[in-house]
Design a protein around this ligand. Structure first.
Ligand code: MN
Length: 230
């Protein structure tokens, strides 16, 4: 069978300090993983299990990019997050074994069309328009898991140099091994899968001209500039 057109290339995220890259397969995102963020959105935290939404691999945006202000929205928000890169098969793994599937970690931004997400919630419709759009999954170079331990690390985001989000990864309700183990009950996780692990409080709107700078101790920072709509 001859493809009608060249299959689109999947995005490849660089590994920090090297020539290698991580080809992206799927993007999973955890909702409400910090109590203070759930509260600022007027939501209760569900302590029974995490919940998820997804983004297409084509939502990937490399750190350092300038993106056009996204279409169809008047309320784009930043969500600063720890991103987990899966490097090995994981299906129905126990929490104690889950870290074995983690290849590395990166800083990332779960960019959100908050007005469209809210419409989805109000009308009991899916979140896709609010969450899965071009340039909505910003990611910095990946640091290998052997060189990074999430425990105790600070996570922060500034907009135009002013701090908007500030917390520690210990504030996550569901830890990385707990998330990987739980998600592996529903999917055959494998190399190329990314997991955005949720955002701390302080999410807010961005405007054309804004520069976002997100940090997690010991990881490469994530940077994004917002350009004019087009
Ligand atoms: Mn998020």
């Amino acid at each position: 069978m001859t493809p009608l057109f060249a299959p689109p290339a999947l995005p490849v995220v660089p590994l920090a300090g090297g020539a290698q890259g991580f080809p992206v397969r799927r993007i999973f995102c955890v909702g409400r993983n910090y109590a203070a963020h759930a509260a600022e959105m007027g939501n209760e935290v569900d302590r029974e299990a995490p919940f998820y939404f997804t983004k297409s691999a084509f939502a990937i945006c490399h750190s350092g990019s300038t993106i056009p202000y996204p279409p169809g929205t008047r309320d784009v928000h930043h969500e600063m997050e720890l991103v987990v890169a899966i490097g090995a098969p994981a299906f129905r793994v126990e929490v104690a074994q889950a870290e074995g599937a983690v290849l590395g970690y990166a800083t990332g931004l779960d960019m959100t069309r908050r007005d469209l997400q809210q419409q989805g919630k109000d009308k009991r419709r899916p979140w896709d328009l609010g969450k899965d759009f071009e340039n909505a999954a910003v990611i910095a170079p990946i640091t290998r898991a052997e060189e990074f331990d999430p425990s105790g690390k600070s996570i922060a985001l500034t907009c135009n140099g002013v701090t908007r989000q500030e917390a520690t990864l210990d504030d996550m309700i569901w830890s990385v091994p707990e998330i990987v183990a739980d998600l592996s009950r529903y999917y055959h996780l494998d190399a190329g899968d990314l997991i955005y692990t949720g955002t701390p409080s302080g999410v807010g709107a961005v405007s054309p001209g804004d520069v976002l700078h997100g940090t997690i101790d010991a990881l490469a920072p994530v940077e994004l500039s917002i350009g004019a709509a087009r």
